[in-house]
Design a protein around this ligand. Sequence first.
Ligand code: NIG
Ligand code: FE
Length: 412
Amino acid sequence: MQTLITNIRQLLQIRDISIAKISGLAMAELPLIENAWLLIDNEEIAGFGSMDDLPEIDGAETVDASGKVVLPAWCDSHTHIVYAGNRTQEFVDRINGLSYEEIANRGGGILNSAKKLNETSEDELYEQSKVRLEEVMRQGSGAVEIKSGYGLTVEGELKMLRVIKRLKENHPAAVKATFLGAHAFPSEFKSDHDGYIDLIVKKMLPTIARENLADYIDAFCETGYFSVAETERIMQAGLEFGLQAKVHVNQFTAISGIEACVKFNALSVDHLEIVTEGDIEVLKNTQTMPVALPSCSYFISIPYTPARQMLNAGLPLALASDFNPGTTPSGNMNFVVATACIKMKMTPEEAINSATLNGAYAMGLSATHGSITVGKKANLIITKPISSFYEIPYRFGSDLIETVMLNGKVFK
Ligand code: NIG
Ligand code: FE
């Protein structure tokens, strides 16, 4: 079946298939066609061009997009969509003056979510998570990475990964699974870090690999969580089971974790609220994608990733939501893009490059997602009538999405 979208005000992010990611000054450009058409054949983009050269296409269903902008669906490369319950009480505690660290030290934070998750059945966890995945799909996300990391027990981690697998099987968005057993040390392993890492490496990983439950491995490399040496052990074990690393690093402190991640050829380094000159140097000319999570900075009032400094140094950058119950209870990529423009001084062109093609790269999907390219998945956002794509971040609180298409079909 074919669908022809006509009279598109602006068709954004047109790229050759050979372009896997965009870096540095090139991020300032967002290739587009004004007054365009786009042809979808089954699940894929089959052609596009200017309305001035619209070929004869027989039998396609036509959609008139007069005044509307069409762009690739968002590629959200960092989420924790699978969790149980919520952490509204911690939200109020923070308003009343407690810090994220103080709450975590009282047994809140990740351990609070882990307790809830281990008390929740797999079916119930699936139902709660499905609501969130479908919400972000309606908000324009067409590819989503989802992490485990709220189990912190063999059973709990496997339960999360099985839920991610079910979400993937039952939804048209592309889903990548990341094993984050190294998210925090459970209280019984507080003084036995090696014991918990042994559990990850010897018990969790072999089962996960055998059941093919994860695409990537992650660790929270941070003061008070996993040290650089401990993170290296996790990354090494991951590689032995065929899992490349995507790592939480430099959220609160810079402890040379980025250097270790680059050494292990991590696919991405994520958070980066605190970045040193040395970190930027280390990332230059590597295949590792830096990923910023501005909604997290917004929600817990921590610094924003220094995007300008990084782009000026020639680095690429991806933007993701970090959707999770503690630091970012929102997976709205429209808000992420707007916040990157408003708070990180990224231009709309840079922010959209970061949230589409570079996001796809950060989850190993840039061959199939993240740009308007013949042969890629027809995962599209069609906006309401707007004057130009600049309105997307400018009208930061508005819902400007009219239609989301995933694998060539309207997602409702
Ligand atoms: O990406 N920083 C580590 N992990 C999550 C938050 C975890 C939580 O508080 O539940 C994050 O921000
Ligand atoms: Fe995260």
